[in-house]
Design a protein around this ligand. Structure first.
Ligand code: ARG
Ligand code: MN
Ligand code: MN
Ligand code: MN
Length: 279
């Protein structure tokens, strides 16, 4: 696997401080070295930098639309470049509003995509229906063709056109684990760490009890790796300021790294050499 990593230290798709620390925290846990250790080629494109937006009033109910629109425009261009250079793209968030730019940039490469959304939440509220106003609860609504008429004109979103068909989206972790086996298009895996149970991954802004176990969470990544169709991954919503304890933060970050390793060929018994065939 050839992997290109882009960090997006962005938090304005929700209101809790800390999630912008995710990219550097996941790197500090050894992601690049561990991917190389299992035979991947890795290019780290570093972190995006985001400018402050002075006045950013709500549109409909959506909060901070200008900051979110601008950050996702930058991310879309970065992902598009990484894909054009031939890598599987790993986007380290940041909050889940970043799926807007990540998926858009991936889709800009031309092929129709399928999206596997692993999350406790569906993140498909529209800017008019959102109960919280947080855009991390809305990204799917901007991306799906069928919802186009439900999305108002938003400042700094004019670059964005829907690029995903509703029938090409698979949800996992809405407390029902059933990895889709019919997917034939390149896969964009968008992994919200809050899909995992809070006992395992407490360091996140919107934890929900009854989540995936470690085994279930990793199984999804291994299964998707085995399809040979994985083309881009988001790892989002790791927030070290929400974990309670150091152990809670460490276990969350370690889980994020292990999920990413699972995406790129790690098997839980330890990675075997390339010529090893499972009997
Ligand atoms: N459904 C709630 C909302 O729309 C929570 C969304 C949480 N999303 C997330 N990416 N963690 O605000
Ligand atoms: Mn979530
Ligand atoms: Mn989410
Ligand atoms: Mn593989």
């Amino acid at each position: 696997h050839s992997v290109g990593i882009i960090g997006a230290p962005f938090s304005k798709g929700q209101s809790r401080d800390g999630v912008q620390l995710g990219p550097d925290l996941i790197r500090a846990a050894g992601l690049v070295e561990k991917l190389k250790g299992q035979g991947c080629t890795v290019k780290d494109y570093g972190n995006l930098t985001f400018e402050e937006v002075a006045k950013d009033e709500t549109t409909g109910r959506a909060k901070r639309p200008r900051a979110v629109g601008q950050a996702n425009k930058q991310l879309s261009e970065a992902v598009r470049k990484i894909k054009s250079e031939g890598h599987a793209c790993v986007m380290l968030g940041g909050d889940h509003s970043l799926a807007i730019g990540s998926i858009h940039g991936h889709a800009a490469c031309g092929t129709q995509l399928s999206v596997v959304w692993v999350d406790a939440h569906a993140d498909i509220n529209t800017p008019l229906t959102t109960p919280t106003g947080n855009i991390h609860g809305q990204p799917m609504s901007y991306l799906i063709h069928e919802l186009r008429s439900k999305i108002p004109v938003m400042p700094n979103f004019s670059w964005l056109k829907p690029c995903i068909a509703a029938e090409d989206v698979v949800y996992i972790g809405l407390r029902d684990v059933d990895p889709e086996e019919q997917v034939k298009k390149p896969i964009h895996l968008s992994y919200d760490i809050d899909a995992l149970d809070p006992s395992l991954a407490p360091a996140t802004g919107t934890p929900v009890v009854g989540g995936l176990t470690y085994r279930e969470g990793i199984y999804i990544t291994e299964h998707i790796c085995q399809t040979g169709l994985l083309s881009a991954v988001d790892m989002v919503e790791v927030n070290p300021k929400r974990g309670g304890t150091d152990n809670g933060v460490r276990s969350t970050v370690d889980a994020a790294v292990d999920l990413l390793l699972g995406c790129f060929g790690r098997v839980r018994e330890g990675s075997h050499s390339a010529d090893y065939k499972i009997p």
